[in-house]
Design a protein around this ligand. Structure first.
Ligand code: ADP
Ligand code: MG
Length: 233
């Protein structure tokens, strides 16, 4: 699903350059639930943003579902991003003046799906994350955990090949974090491929594989016995 070979990325700042990813080799098969784990500044978000086609590497190869991701024009990149990838962020990134249902339906609007179909599909995904009753509420009327569930439904509604989550529990207390991870595990149980960036060991252990990043290098990559989140809720 994802194949990365010898990836490098530097940030230029004036005459200085910060080498952030220093030769990353990494692949992910369909159906995996992978944690990318490392301390702050280790390059996790940089790597996830390249995988998510929000940024480009300086060197190396990246194939997504067999397609080489390199030198794509903006339109093509946007198309692939919408079709292949679903994003979940620490800060939810919901639109404040739109209801839960409208937020979830938005990716389908960009796909030019007719309104009625959009709403039906968005409702189906809201139901999957347990928020059918909250569909007409605004984000400001929802708890942090509920907002992240809406964001998860929005990430899934276009049926992407991969879900990418950057510190998705970072703004949540631990009980709510585990509830959100329980949902992530359920979605993965259904066969969806998910990458979770985190600096928290307990969250990483709820995945099936942990890739440890330190100073832009993968120092360990291992399958783990998954801790089910439900036991903690
Ligand atoms: P993590 O997500 O693991 O905390 P990041 O990938 O965000 O790490 O950042 C890795 C390093 O790159 C950090 O030192 C950070 O300050 C730097 N960095 C991240 N984004 C930029 C940017 N847009 N411009 C310059 N430096 C950046
Ligand atoms: Mg980060």
């Amino acid at each position: 699903m994802i194949e990365i070979k010898d990836l490098h990325k530097s940030y230029k700042m004036g005459s200085n350059s910060l080498h952030v990813l220093k030769g990353i080799n990494f692949s992910v098969e369909a159906g995996e639930l992978v944690a990318i784990m490392g301390s702050s500044g280790s390059g996790k978000s940089t790597l996830l943003n390249i995988i998510g086609m929000l940024d480009e590497a300086d060197e190396g190869e990246y194939d997504l579902d067999g397609i080489p991701i390199k030198n794509l024009n903006e339109t093509k990149a946007a198309n692939y991003r919408n079709k292949f990838l679903g994003f979940i962020f620490q800060s939810f990134n919901l639109i404040n003046y739109k209801t839960a249902l409208e937020n979830v339906a938005l990716p389908l609007y960009y796909q030019k799906m007719p309104r009625k179909q959009r709403q039906e599909k968005a409702m189906k995904y809201l139901e999957q994350v347990g928020l059918k009753e909250w569909s007409h509420h605004l984000p400001s009327e929802l708890s942090g955990g509920q907002k992240q569930r809406v964001a998860i439904a929005r990430a899934m509604v276009a049926e992407p090949k991969v879900l990418l989550a950057d510190e998705l529990t970072g703004a949540l207390d631990s009980t709510t974090s585990y509830e959100v991870m329980e949902l992530i595990q359920k979605i993965n149980d259904q066969g969806n491929t998910i990458l979770v960036v985190t600096h928290e060991t307990d969250i990483a252990q709820m995945c099936k594989r942990i890739v440890y990043l330190r100073d832009g290098v993968i120092i360990k990559d291992e399958k783990v016995k998954q801790v089910r989140a439900k036991a903690h809720v």
